[in-house]
Design a protein around this ligand. Structure first.
Ligand code: ADP
Ligand code: 5GP
Length: 193
């Protein structure tokens, strides 16, 4: 197996990024590992989240330390909390042949695009904003205030979609996963993005 691939994925909260990633895993594993980068965040844990698996849940002081030591590939503030990508695991996973996915918001994604010209960037779009709000509400993990805040950020994030190498519309999960696999397979085979 040759080298893996670095994918930077963004898309509004609730569009289905996490769900798509689980299906990508099911598609590629065990032959090829899909390594989902575990970010550091100052956000509180949601019910069901596991420290070290979904995120490294840390306080602001620890986050600032990591940032100042240069251990984060990128970082950004989102809805009042800090999020950042630990740099060190990425290259070893790529060398291993893994598909490495960063699920990060747009400002962090632009930092990665600047620093890593091997990164393939993908933006996941909702069919429309009403459907996005339905999905976000349906997930049932945010308060009304948080939903409104995330919807406002989402409107502005979707305006940046054109800056990504690829846009995928998550109308049905089957279509979205098929489109994503095609992008991964094309780039794994060394074709230009
Ligand atoms: P994100 O990781 O982008 O915040 P999630 O993966 O948590 O989003 O998805 C938000 C909600 O939308 C979940 O309840 C998920 O089951 C649902 N969902 C995801 N994709 C679709 C789709 N294509 N059609 C309908 N519902 C979807
Ligand atoms: P959530 O709180 O729903 O888990 O994530 C909120 C937003 O933060 C999502 O858009 C998610 O992609 C983004 N995010 C998660 N981890 C990181 C990270 O390490 N860096 C950046 N820039 N954004 C992140």
């Amino acid at each position: 197996m040759g080298k893996g691939l670095l994918i930077v994925m963004s898309g509004p909260s609730g569009v289905g990024k996490g769900t798509i990633l689980e299906l990508l895993r099911a598609h590629y594993e065990p032959e090829r590992k899909v390594f989902l980068s575990v970010s550091a965040t100052t956000r509180g844990m949601r019910p069901g989240e596991i420290d070290g698996y979904h995120y490294h849940f840390i306080d602001r002081e620890h986050f600032v330390e990591l940032r100042d030591r240069g251990e984060l590939l990128e970082y950004a503030e989102y809805a009042g909390n800090m999020y950042g990508t630990p740099a060190s695991p990425i290259d070893s996973h790529i060398a291993n042949g893994d598909i490495v996915v960063l699920d990060i918001e747009t400002r962090g994604a632009f930092q990665v695009m600047e620093k890593r010209d091997d990164a393939v960037s993908v933006f996941i779009m909702p069919p429309d904003m009403d459907e996005l709000e339905r999905r976000l509400r349906g997930r049932g993990t945010e308060t009304e205030e948080q939903i409104q805040r995330r919807m406002a950020i989402s409107r502005s994030e979707c305006g940046h979609a054109e800056k990504y190498d690829y846009i995928i519309y998550n109308d049905t999960l089957d279509n979205a996963v098929e489109a994503f696999c095609k992008i991964i397979d094309t780039n794994l085979n060394g074709d230009v993005k």
